[in-house]
Design a protein around this ligand. Structure first.
Ligand code: DON
Length: 305
């Protein structure tokens, strides 16, 4: 494999003409204020080395990338039972779609669409005493950075514009697939989405999925080896929503996107990657970020296929 830092160094030229083709997320107003020209990328290898480029140490809103932390914690506590309430199939629909829930009787297709993440959040509430603090401590531990925090402004912005998520939660409740009060579930869900951290933090935090579930900084399992494999497979098939086919085709790695413009990708057994650039395409993925990942995977000769 060509030297990782060399591949990163050649990226700015490769991605230059991709800027200006999308827009930062507009439906959460706080996210639309971010500088659209930002670009950062970080790699964390299973040997413990970091490689970074650009704005890799700048904090941004992780948004739906948090759904992997949510799922990992819930799988750790609830095990297989979780999948009685949420499926494992790609949805082929937008991440915040309402319609599928009706004809599938309140069982969300997978844990990464918003409806699925709300169910997982509800399940997790059964196991954590101080949900927000425990969640933040978990992410801080995984990234080995106590500066990781939640962004109050983004949280408020999500709450004030969260009618669609509220509709999903109400709908799930009407099918009996939420145990807790709707406002408690939404509050915890918005909190998770509002966590702010850097590419370097995220690459480090996701390393457990590249190393069979082993914690990157502690001598313990975050999830079992089998669970890590399953989370990776869910990222591959569902992590990029209705663009999962395109990501598999162009990038060929398990990925998870967020409307803050972040994308996390895993090369099992080798490394975790995080790229960030806020301009989104129509389906909510970072246009520049996807291009960077496509280039990196090809140049490094990596794909799970
Ligand atoms: O709930 C929402 O709509 C946002 N907080 C998260 C959406 C998101 O990041 C989807 N991914 N592209």
């Amino acid at each position: 494999m060509e030297n990782i830092q060399n591949v990163l160094a050649s990226l700015p030229e490769v991605i230059a003409d991709r800027f200006g083709q999308g827009k930062p997320a507009g439906y959460i107003p706080a996210l639309s204020q971010v500088d659209p020209e930002k670009f950062g990328m970080a790699i964390s290898t299973v040997d413990g080395d970091d490689f970074v480029i650009g704005d890799a140490d700048e904090f941004f809103s992780i948004q739906s990338i948090s759904k992997v932390f949510n799922l990992s914690l819930a799988m750790h506590y609830a095990g297989e039972d979780l999948f009685k309430r949420v499926g494992v199939e790609p949805s082929g629909n937008a991440f915040n779609s309402l319609s599928q829930l009706e004809y599938e009787n309140g069982i969300p297709r997978n844990p990464f669409i918003n409806a699925g993440a709300l169910v997982v959040t509800d399940a997790l509430l059964e196991f954590v005493k101080s949900p927000k603090r425990d969640f933040l401590d978990f992410v801080r531990g995984l990234s080995n950075n106590i500066d990781v925090h939640y962004d109050e402004e983004v949280f408020r912005s999500e709450y004030d514009n969260g009618q669609r998520n509220a509709a999903l939660a109400n709908y799930l409740k009407s099918f009996g697939n939420l145990d807790n009060h709707i406002s408690r579930v939404l509050d915890f869900y918005f909190y998770q989405c509002s966590v702010s951290m850097s590419c370097r933090d995220l690459a480090r935090a996701f390393r457990f999925l590249a190393q069979d579930g082993k914690h990157p900084y502690k001598d313990e399992q975050v999830v079992s080896k089998l669970q890590a494999r399953r989370i990776n497979s869910l990222m591959m098939t569902c992590g990029t929503y209705d663009e999962a086919g395109e990501f598999a085709f162009k990038v060929g790695l398990p990925c998870k996107i967020g409307v803050g413009g972040g994308i996390v990708a895993i090369i099992p057994g080798e490394m975790s990657i995080c790229v960030w650039s806020p301009e989104l395409g129509a389906k909510g993925n970072s246009i520049v970020g996807m291009e960077a990942l496509k280039y990196f995977a090809q140049k490094a000769g990596r794909s799970i296929f």
